[in-house]
Design a binder for this molecule. Structure first.
Ligand code: ADP
Ligand code: SF4
Ligand code: MG
Length: 356
């Protein structure tokens, strides 16, 4: 596990802060709306790398897009550097210079007809950069590990390896000197052999440039290698968050425990989740994980006296600032770590999330 000594103190004011965020989409065939992001609070502090983990379809990409201002929340707010996002065109353009997106598939992010130079310079041109473009492009490529940068200027994406293409995408983000990178499954499409290199690059950028990052991944194992803090998402909600070593060595939410149990290096028997795969247009009442929860089905929740609450009381994490926070009646009852880990929560106000 790689934990950087430069991980920021939890007391530092957040760089990016999401509060009570909801994003809904129209339901299929006129059915109920899909609650893709369903009451999320999340802070990212300066210089911090946060891993957002959870199964496919749990709302990670929608949350990331919302944090980037690419999707306007149905309710709640996103604040950057203490200021709420302003969704007017000019403000958003300025914001997107400070917060850059790195996507999963570098082939899809790069125009096959653009040279590496043009791909990296594009952001500078969009933002009307007034400095020396050639120097800025060269510096960004070098920071992304493509050296000597001039050797790559006239290459086309098809002439590069997958890892080099992802480095070009990262250089295109770095050239604008952002404060935060949002990387959506940044290594999912790469060979195992180059994944480590790209993750090491992200860590180096934090150390060298003080960059913060939100790394979205369905792979909890990846979080071990890169993050200071982990936020585990289930069906639109963050159900556990905390320092990476806390959450991954002593997971408290049954969902986190199940995800960890199926990692190849995990001890013991893997937890096989039963029940229907989650559907954001049909969020269960009570704890949203209850129909699949191994603690409820095994009777442990009954023994702890929380089974009724599991079935009937929705809950969310109150405050993400402590070392470990969980939205689970059983976890709170069986190992209360400080007051106020979670709170029963209510659906958004009737006049809140409607259209998107
Ligand atoms: N534009 C959209 N319109 C309708 N539903 C969407 C849209 N984008 C995402 N969804 C739905 O929202 C849920 C969360 O999707 P997503 O954020 O992509 O999850 P993840 O990144 O965790 O796989 C999924 O059920 C998905 O089908
Ligand atoms: S609240 Fe109950 S059902 Fe939900 S995860 Fe915890 S034990 Fe399982
Ligand atoms: Mg996704």
């Amino acid at each position: 596990m790689t934990i950087s000594p430069t991980a920021p103190e939890v007391t530092t004011a957040p760089l990016l802060s999401a509060q009570g965020l909801y994003v809904t989409f129209p339901g299929r065939h006129g059915g109920p709306r899909a609650r893709a992001v369903d009451g999320v609070d999340l802070d990212i502090r300066p210089g911090e790398i946060v891993a957002l983990v959870g199964e496919s379809g749990c709302g990670k990409t929608t949350l990331a897009r919302c944090l980037l201002g690419l999707v306007e929340p149905t309710a709640g707010r996103v604040a950057f550097d203490g200021r709420p996002l302003d969704y007017s065109g000019r403000s958003l353009k300025a914001y997107r210079k400070r917060v850059q997106l790195v996507l999963q598939d570098p082939s899809g992010s790069l125009n096959p007809r653009h040279t590496v130079y043009d791909a990296v310079a594009e952001g500078l041109r969009i933002h009307g950069y007034g400095g020396d473009e050639r120097t800025a492009v060269a510096e960004a490529l070098a920071r992304a590990g493509l050296r000597p940068p001039e050797r790559f200027f006239l290459r086309y994406p098809h002439e590069l390896s997958g890892g080099q293409r992802q480095r070009v995408v990262i250089a295109g983000a770095l050239v604008l000197e952002p404060e935060l990178l949002v990387a959506d499954e940044p290594v999912a499409s790469l060979d195992a052999s180059v994944r480590g290199e790209i993750l090491a690059l992200l860590l180096r950028l934090r150390t060298d440039l003080g960059l913060s990052a939100l790394v979205v991944t369905h792979d909890l194992g990846l979080a071990w290698n890169i993050a200071d803090r982990v936020a585990v998402m289930y069906l639109g909600r963050i159900v556990e968050t905390g320092a990476v070593e806390q959450v991954l060595t002593a997971p408290r939410h049954p969902y986190t425990q199940a995800l960890l149990s199926v990692l190849p290096e995990a001890p013991g028997t893997p937890v096989v989740l039963t029940g229907e795969p989650p559907d954001p247009s049909r969020v269960p009442s009570g704890c949203r994980f209850h129909a699949r929860c191994q603690i409820l089905s095994s009777g442990e929740a009954e023994t702890a006296g929380v089974a009724d609450a599991c079935r009937n009381q929705d809950l969310k994490i109150l405050d993400g600032s402590a070392t470990s926070q969980v939205a689970c009646h059983w976890a709170t009852a069986s190992s209360p770590r400080g007051a106020g880990n979670c709170a029963t929560s209510h659906n958004p106000p009737a006049d809140g999330p409607q259209a998107n």
